[in-house]
Design a protein around this ligand. Structure first.
Ligand code: GDP
Length: 488
């Protein structure tokens, strides 16, 4: 049934593609990685003559017209570009982050670079940008796990490191109720709430631990409060089957319902139809938080990347009739660093991706890694400090931001020394155990990064002052990788 549905979807996509060539570009990343800001800036730069020297079709003047068009999927919310860009440009405030899936179609008219191309291509490409939470991808491994395995894996992680203290209330509650107690809605809800609170706590208070499945517990989309989300893994399940009428049986049933009604439809209806993908990662934030956060990010990245090249026998690989041929992993917010560190950030991200792919036994073909800033909120300067010239970045800290005890009001600018990333990425990472493929807990040396939240910048003048567009770092390189060949 799945195969038939996806075949139909694909057929419809292809038929539409003959009339109007289309590329479906997925934009994902964990919460706060920068998806909304990326899409808003990309579209604004395309439509407003942004500075895009590395995006060849625009630089060479072959793109004549760029516009937003109604998206093809009526049942998917539209990416609210106008609201987001108004916040960013008019109010100089960061837009509201991604909470669920959304879509936006942008259409480009272009002249092919070659005579053959001009003869045979329509000279029009629609890009359907699909924005969705990376948390949802973390659910894929659940499809291969029964409730027992899911419970064991989740409880094991919950007892490690920083998580142990955060999960205590939930695990105590689960133990006091007992898996074999009579099923009742009140207990189910209390357990689900306590489990969700634990997952949330991992993300809060600057802990920045990466998310664990089930993804919808943190990013429920339109499922908030529904029975499909009212379950929890259970500790210490004995071997064998759940007793009839027990809490265990009830949780197991809901877990299976979550997989059938939430996880599978997302992969079938949205994920399986993507042609290209960008995965945004906030590597800087993780480095700033320390080794545990970085290790967690690596694990989450491995889980996300595994979705793009699933093993031949997995449920997903049978769905992926059209394969995502290019995946870009982009370390965002590079404007928090001086440009001398941009390449270093890129190398750290590449190492992170390399380790993640090695651990899941995936090839790096079709993968590219970059460091970028969708929006450059800072500019660079040098200051004299004790006779040394120090590279600094200058920006307007957001209202309430504290630096060295001083509270900022959202208007005043300041210069900060951003800190240096190491030349050699390896020093940041713990060794990986070659047998278990687990990351050892060691003492990776983390650099001191001065991480200040800045307000979005004023627009920059482009095309000799005729246009105003959002300043960025290397966004054009990302566009070239993701779209350049389709506009050749
Ligand atoms: P999402 O959850 O992935 O949609 O994340 P957002 O796009 O909403 O970004 C989360 C936050 O990260 C924003 O509110 C900004 O504070 C920050 N951010 C995202 N992109 C950039 C960037 O390019 N430069 C800077 N300085 N901050 C960014």
């Amino acid at each position: 049934k799945d195969d038939a549905l996806i075949a139909l979807d694909n057929l419809a996509d292809r038929a539409a593609g003959l009339v109007n060539p289309t590329i479906r570009l997925g934009v994902t990343g964990l919460s706060r990685a920068g998806k909304t800001v990326f899409i808003s800036s990309l579209v604004h730069n395309l439509m407003n003559g942004g500075r895009l020297p590395l995006f060849e079709p625009v630089r060479s003047g072959r793109v004549s017209r760029i516009r937003l068009e109604p998206q093809p999927d009526d049942a998917v919310p539209r990416f609210q570009y106008e609201d987001h860009i108004a916040a960013l440009v008019r109010d100089r405030a960061w837009p509201e982050s991604t909470r669920a899936i959304s879509q936006l179609r942008i259409t480009l008219d272009y002249e092919s670079a070659s005579g053959w191309g001009r003869l045979f291509s329509s000279g029009r490409l629609s890009v359907d940008i699909v924005d969705y939470p990376g948390e949802w991808l973390l659910d894929l491994p659940l499809l291969a796990q029964d409730f027992h395995q899911f419970s064991d894996a989740t409880v094991r992680r919950a007892r490690e490191g920083t998580r142990a203290a955060l999960s205590r209330d939930w695990l105590d509650l689960a133990a006091s109720i007992g898996a074999e107690a009579v099923a009742d809605e009140g207990s189910a809800r209390r357990l689900a709430e306590s489990f969700t609170a634990y997952l949330k706590a991992c993300k809060e208070d600057h802990r920045s631990l990466s998310t664990l499945p089930p993804g919808r517990f943190l990013m429920p989309g339109d499922l908030e409060g529904s029975p499909a989300l009212t379950f929890s893994p259970l500790p210490g399940l004995p071997a064998g089957r759940a007793p009839k009428g027990s809490l265990w049986a009830m949780m197991e049933r809901r877990y299976e319902a979550y997989k059938t009604h939430v996880v599978k439809p997302f992969f079938r209806e949205h994920f399986a139809r993507l042609d290209r993908q960008i995965v945004l990662v906030d590597a800087l934030q993780a480095i700033n938080r320390g080794p545990e956060a970085l290790k967690d990010l690596e694990q989450a990245l491995a889980d996300v990347l595994a979705c793009f090249r699933p093993g031949v026998n997995s449920w997903l690989s049978s769905l992926l009739t059209r394969r995502i041929d290019k995946v870009l992993i982009a370390a965002t917010k590079a404007d928090h660093l001086h440009h001398e560190s941009h390449d270093r950030l890129e190398r750290i991200a590449a190492r992170l991706v390399g380790r993640a792919t090695e651990r899941i036994g995936m090839s790096g073909a079709g993968l590219e890694v970059m460091a970028l800033a969708s929006v450059r909120a800072t500019r660079e300067a040098t200051v004299n400090h004790d006779g040394h010239r120090l590279p600094v970045i200058v920006g307007t800290p957001i209202t309430g931001e504290k630096i060295n005890g001083e509270v900022f009001d959202g208007e005043r600018k300041t210069a900060i020394f951003p800190g240096d990333l190491p030349e050699e990425p390896e020093v940041l990472f713990e060794p990986v155990d070659t047998d278990t493929r687990a990351i050892a807990a060691g003492t990776a040396a983390m650099p001191d990064i001065n991480f200040v939240r800045f307000r979005p910048p004023h627009l920059e003048e482009t095309r000799g002052g005729l246009k105003l567009s959002v300043p960025h770092i290397r966004l054009d390189r990302a566009m070239q990788f993701l779209l350049g060949d389709r506009l050749a």
